[in-house]
Design a binder for this molecule. Sequence first.
Ligand SMILES: Cc1cc2nc3c(=O)[nH]c(=O)nc-3n(C[C@H](O)[C@H](O)[C@H](O)COP(=O)(O)OP(=O)(O)OC[C@H]3O[C@@H](n4cnc5c(N)ncnc54)[C@H](O)[C@@H]3O)c2cc1C
Length: 403
Amino acid sequence: MTVTDLAPTHDIARLRARYRAFMEEHIYPNEEAIGREDDEAHALVESLRERAKSEGFWAPHLPPEAGGTGSGFLAYAHLNEEIGRSTWAQYVFGCQAPDAGNGEILHMFGTPDQKERFLAPLVAGEVRSFFSMTEPEVPGSDPTTLRTRAVRDGDDWVIDGHKWFSSGADGAAFGIVMAVTDPDAAPHARATQILVPADTPGVDVVRPVPVMGHAGRGWSTHCEVRYTGVRVPVANTLGAEGAGFMIAQKRLGPGRIHHVMRWLGQMQRAFELMCRYSLEREAFGSPLAEKQTVQNWIADSAAEIQACRLMTLDAAHKIDAGDEARVEVSIIKFYAARVLNEVIDRAIQVHGARGLTDETPLATMSMMARGGRIYDGPDEVHRMVVARRILKAFRSGEGWSFS
Ligand SMILES: Cc1cc2nc3c(=O)[nH]c(=O)nc-3n(C[C@H](O)[C@H](O)[C@H](O)COP(=O)(O)OP(=O)(O)OC[C@H]3O[C@@H](n4cnc5c(N)ncnc54)[C@H](O)[C@@H]3O)c2cc1C
């Protein structure tokens, strides 16, 4: 692999320019209005989604056979350097978490009937979904400890459990619920993923859990959900019984790199704001850009952003070639999450008090960025995964090569 292999093709470069134009015309000028998350914002977002669809920008994470407009991970990484710049754009383009990941596993593991009932309306943007795995009572980092149970009763599953951080559950049409179906099986064969329509009796979306002061609305919520005697047909099992962890891995791998791709857009935007403001703002007789501390922040950020870009493009390229790139994805997940938070924090610092206001997008970006070090696996767990894999290779005498 050479760096040239990671460059966008001519077509992707042109498509990226079209995404940029859409962002400039329709997203940035409306960000403040969308961020109010009121009825007007909802109507505005819906109209932008229709426009995105009609202009051929819909679902760029999925291939055409799954209802999207995508052409692989590398291409999607390049597009996300535009899409990721605004918190709201992923929703406008129909590639938002958690629906994107849910769409992918439905595409991979769904039966024809599940694809018709759940995947088709999801990809068309007619409904939203949620992924319900994390529970308040046990560590999400170690999901073999999950307590939610699904018990067979004739042709039904009966689900009882308590989840939280089910993102987007407010107003969603269905969820994919991870439940223990065989507590006596080996730890990674105990759980199953089950499709649960949100209007099934016993599903209670208790509340959006406010995250750093933000309760959100609809897609932007992280909800507490209780399942009490929830009865769904066994035909709603996604993939094989006991395959919950395997499918979760299939979902989380691409999901993690999708997050990192969006962060590339966020970091670059914060970086640009930092550079521009440092040239504009003067203190103690000279622009901030002439202070060495600020120059160090700019130089460090430039180096770290470029490292994140190249590592992300490399992982995307490997995934397109059929490799799961698990070590690469774990490395960028913890590394880019730190860079994202640090670059945004430096940009806020350069802006002084203004950086904490809504006069720039930085405060919202900072609030959203912090979760990146926790969701889809905390930094510490990804470091553990990386170190274990590398040490295993050394133990076997193989060693580790940076390819
Ligand atoms: C914004 C956001 C959105 C989310 N969306 C969803 C969603 O849609 N669906 C869903 O099911 N879940 C979701 N989650 C939950 C997320 O996946 C979990 O928070 C995550 O898996 C960590 O689990 P936990 O919060 O229970 O932390 P715990 O597992 O309790 O861990 C707490 C801390 O312990 C430390 N730790 C854990 N293991 C180790 C280790 N091996 N070595 C060293 N330190 C360790 C880490 O610092 C970690 O942060 C979301 C979370 C956030 C913040």
